[in-house]
Design a protein around this ligand. Structure first.
Ligand code: NAG
Ligand code: NAG
Ligand code: NAG
Ligand code: NAG
Length: 631
C-alpha cells in the first residue's frame, strides 16, 4: 500500500487522483501527504480517489458513491453515533452515577444471562451463519486479532502498563471460575483513528474499520481494484480464481506455509484461503458463505459469458458482482430480516417495500455510513449462537458433532466435512431466543485460541470503551419516553429481569446498552429485543437511502431493467443453497426456518430459480438459444 501510494503520488499529474484525509474527508495537500508517508500512516489515514464519473458503476473501494463527498463509502472512514459519546476523563469508561466504577462486565453477564443449551423451534443454524456473514461486510476482524496475536499479554504484568489492554476481571464468586484459578480474560481497546495514529490522542476515540461501510460484499470482492485484480480475478470470462480439491470448488489458497488458519490441524488440514479480504478465514458462518458466494459468482459469470459472448471480462465481472450483491441484499432485507424482525414491521418502517417494482428513496445528503451502535447491538446474536455443530448426510441422517468454537480460523477442517456441515446448516436449530447463552460461547468463545473467553462479556466491555450513552437514553431515542426509575422499564423488560439488573446497577441510569438489550422483551411481531430492532432499522433505512448504487433503484449507473429486478426478487437462501451447496438436492423453501408443516423439504427442482435470460444482450448476435439460464 505504501508503495502504491508513493508511486501514484509521483505520477499524480497523470493519474489525477486526489488524496483525502480518511477521518475528515478533507483534501490533503502534497505536503500533508508526505507527512503521512513519513509516518507510514497512509494506509489508514488517507484515501486516494480517482475523479468521480457519475455514470460509473459501483467501485470496489467504495469511493464516489456520494458524488459530493467522494471518500464517504470508502474504507477507514468514520462511523457515526446515534447518540453523543459519554466518557469519564481521558476517555475512560464513565463511572456509575454514584461515582464508583460500573459493576464488572463479567458479573453483569453472569447475572443477566444464564448459561445452557436450548434449541430453537423455529430458526436454523443457517440464519446465524448468514447474519454474521452479512454484518461482516461492514466490519473488520482486527480487534480480535489484536488481543490474540498482536498484544497477547493483557492478563500479564506487561498488560498493566499498556493502555491498549482492557482485560475483563473475573470476580472470586464467579459461578464458573470460582472453581478455577482464572481471574482475567484478555481484551484490547477497540482500534480507533487515534490508536492507529490518524488523530490526536486527546480527541474523542472514534472506531476505525477496514471494510467499506456499504453492503457491497467486501468479504468477497475486497476493497481495492488493484489487489482484487491480482488476488481474486481470473481475468477471464468475468470469473474469480478458484481451485478444485476433494471434488469441490474453493477460493484460492494461501501459498506460503504461514497462514491465518491457526487451528488447522497439521499436517492433514492445509487449506486456508487467500482472498482480497481477511474475512475468508474466520468464524464458521462467514467462512461457509464466502465459499458458497465464490461459487455463485463463477456460476453466474459462466452463464452470462455463454449468453453474451461479445462481453469482455470486465463487463462480465462487474455485471456478475452487481447481481451477486443484489441477490445477497435481497436475501438480507427481504428474507432474513423479516424472519427476525417481522415482515409487517419492516414494511411499516419503510425498510422493505411491499411491492416487487423498483423503489428509489436515495438522498445524496445522507452519507453512506454505518452507525457505531449497529454492529455493537447485534452482538446480542451471541445469545442465539449454538455451540455444537451437528453434521448430517444428504438424506438427513445425523452423523456427528463438533464444537463450533474449535473450527474458528480452521478452514482446513472444511475440506472433508463441508457437505455434512452444509446439510446441517438447514437441519440443525439455532439456539433459542431465551436469555440463555451457550456455555461454549460464554466460556470458551475463542476455542483453543484462549484458555477462557466470554464473548458476551467482551461485548459489554466494548460498549463502555465506545463511550455509549446509558441504555435509558437509547430507550428514549427509540420510544420518546423518559425513564427515571427501574419500574419505568416495565414496558420493555419483564419484572424478574428488572430485579437482576437492580442487583448489579444501583441507578437505572447506570445500565449499559448491551445489558439492557440482553434483558429486553422482544419486539412485537419479531424475535429480537426492542432496542436492537430500533438501531438496526435505523441503519437499514440509512443504507437504502444513502447508497447511490442500491440495487432497487431504477436511476443508477447500469441499473437493472424491471425484468432483471423481478428475477432478483426471486432470490431465496434455499435457492442459493440448491445452486452452490454441496450435495444439496432437497431443502425447505424457507431455509432460515426449520422444515415442518407448510415448509416441507422438497426437491431443489421445486424451489423457485433466478433466470438470467433478461441479461441477454441481443447486440452480441448469437444464435444460441439452448442455454440453461437458471442459477
Ligand atoms: C507500514 O504500515 C503498513 C500498514 O499498516 C504495515 O503493514 C507496514 O509493516 C508498515 N511498514 C513499516 C516500515 O513500518
Ligand atoms: C496515541 O497513542 C497510541 C498508544 O496509546 C500511539 O500508538 C499512537 O501513535 C498515538 N497517536 C498519536 C496521534 O500520537
Ligand atoms: C477443542 O479444542 C480443544 C483445545 O485444542 C481440545 O482440547 C478439545 O478436545 C477440542 N474439542 C473438540 C470437540 O474437538
Ligand atoms: C491470555 O493470553 C495469554 C497469552 O496468549 C494466554 O497464555 C492466557 O491463557 C490468556 N488468558 C486466558 C484467560 O485465556
Amino acid at each position: 500500500m505504501y508503495y502504491y501510494l508513493l508511486i501514484s503520488l509521483v505520477s499524480r499529474a497523470c493519474a489525477q487522483s486526489v488524496f483525502y484525509e480518511s477521518y475528515s474527508g478533507n483534501v490533503l495537500s502534497n505536503e500533508e501527504v508526505k507527512v503521512h508517508l513519513k509516518k507510514n500512516t497512509t494506509f489508514w489515514c488517507i484515501n486516494e480517489v480517482l475523479p468521480c464519473n457519475p455514470y460509473e458503476g459501483r467501485r470496489l473501494d467504495g469511493t464516489c458513491n456520494n458524488l459530493k463527498y467522494p471518500t464517504r463509502g470508502a474504507p477507514h472512514t468514520p462511523q457515526y453515533r446515534l447518540l453523543p459519546p459519554e466518557y469519564d476523563k481521558d476517555f475512560e469508561p464513565k463511572t456509575a452515577k454514584s461515582g464508583e466504577p460500573l459493576p464488572l462486565s463479567r458479573s453483569v453477564r453472569t447475572t443477566v444471562l444464564a448459561e445452557g443449551r436450548v434449541p430453537d423451534s423455529r430458526f436454523t443454524q443457517l440464519l446465524t451463519y448468514f447474519w454474521v456473514y452479512v454484518i461482516g461486510d461492514v466490519l473488520s476482524v482486527h480487534d480480535t486479532v489484536n488481543y490474540i496475536r498482536w498484544k497477547p499479554y493483557c492478563c500479564q504484568e506487561r498488560g498493566k502498563t499498556d493502555k491498549a489492554c482492557i482485560p475483563n476481571i473475573i470476580p472470586d464468586d464467579d459461578p464458573v471460575h470460582r472453581f478455577s484459578s482464572v481471574r482475567c480474560m484478555n481484551l484490547t481497546r477497540p482500534e480507533s483513528f487515534q490508536s492507529i495514529g490518524c488523530l490526536k490522542n486527546d480527541t474523542v476515540p472514534e472506531r476505525i474499520v477496514t471494510s467499506t461501510p456499504i453492503f457491497d460484499l467486501s468479504q468477497i470482492y475486497g476493497m481495492s481494484l488493484k489487489i482484487t485484480n491480482e488476488k481474486a480475478r481470473l481475468l477471464k470470462k468475468g470469473m474469480l480464481k478458484f481451485e478444485m480439491e476433494n471434488g469441490k470448488l474453493w477460493p484460492p489458497s494461501t501459498k506460503t506455509p504461514v497462514n491465518l488458519c491457526l487451528l488447522n490441524q497439521m499436517p492433514y488440514e492445509k487449506r486456508c484461503h487467500d482472498t482480497p479480504d481477511a474475512g475468508a478465514n474466520s468464524v464458521l458462518g462467514p467462512n461457509l458463505f464466502v465459499i458458497w458466494t465464490w461459487r455463485l459468482h463463477n456460476r453466474i459469470a459462466t452463464i452470462l459469458s455463454e449468453l453474451n459472448p461479445c462481453w469482455d471480462d470486465d463487463r462480465l465481472f462487474f455485471t456478475t458482482r452487481d447481481i451477486v450483491i443484489a441477490i445477497t441484499m435481497q436475501i438480507y432485507f427481504y428474507e432474513m430480516s423479516p424472519a427476525l424482525m417481522g415482515f409487517d414491521n419492516l414494511v411499516r418502517e419503510g425498510v422493505i417495500s411491499p411491492y416487487k417494482e423498483f423503489r428509489d428513496i436515495y438522498d445524496e445528503n445522507i452519507l453512506p455510513q454505518v452507525s457505531l451502535e449497529f454492529p455493537a447491538v447485534q452482538r446480542w446474536a451471541h445469545t442465539i449462537q449454538e455451540g455444537k455443530l451437528k453434521m448430517y448426510d444428504a438424506n438427513g441422517n445425523y452423523l456427528k458433532e463438533h464444537r463450533i468454537v474449535n473450527i474458528t480460523l480452521r478452514t482446513g477442517y472444511l475440506v472433508d466435512n463441508l457437505e455434512y456441515i452444509t446439510q446441517g446448516a438447514f437441519r440443525q436449530p439455532a439456539a433459542k431466543v431465551d436469555y440463555i447463552i451457550d456455555p461454549d460461547v460464554s466460556e470458551t468463545g475463542l476455542g483453543p485460541h484462549q484458555l477462557a473467553a466470554d464473548l458476551a462479556t467482551s461485548d459489554l466491555t466494548k460498549n463502555r470503551y465506545f463511550g455509549f450513552a446509558p441504555y435509558i437514553k437509547y430507550r428514549k431515542l427509540c420510544s420518546g419516553k423518559t425513564y427515571s426509575t427501574f419500574e419505568d422499564l416495565l414496558d420493555v423488560i419483564d419484572p424478574q429481569r428488572i430485579e437482576l439488573l437492580k442487583e448489579k446497577y444501583k441507578s437505572v441510569e447506570d445500565i449499559d446498552l448491551m445489558a439492557g438489550i440482553w434483558a429486553e422483551k422482544l419486539v412485537k411481531g419479531g424475535s429480537v429485543p426492542v432496542t436492537l430492532y430500533c438501531v438496526v432499522v435505523e441503519q437499514m433505512l440509512r443504507t437504502v437511502i444513502s447508497d447511490r448504487h442500491w440495487y432497487e433503484r431504477p436511476n443508477r449507473p447500469n441499473a437493472f431493467s424491471l425484468e432483471q429486478l423481478l428475477e432478483i426478487r426471486k432470490a431465496s437462501v434455499a435457492q442459493f443453497m440448491c445452486a452452490v451447496g454441496d450435495t444439496v438436492t432437497e431443502i425447505q423453501p424457507h431455509a432460515f426456518f426449520l422444515a415442518g408443516k407448510g415448509n416441507e423439504m422438497r426437491s431443489c427442482k421445486q424451489i423457485q430459480k433466478i433466470n438470467l435470460w433478461p441479461w441477454k444482450d441481443f447486440s452480441c448476435n448469437t444464435k444460441q438459444d439452448n442455454i440453461n439460464c437458471d442459477i
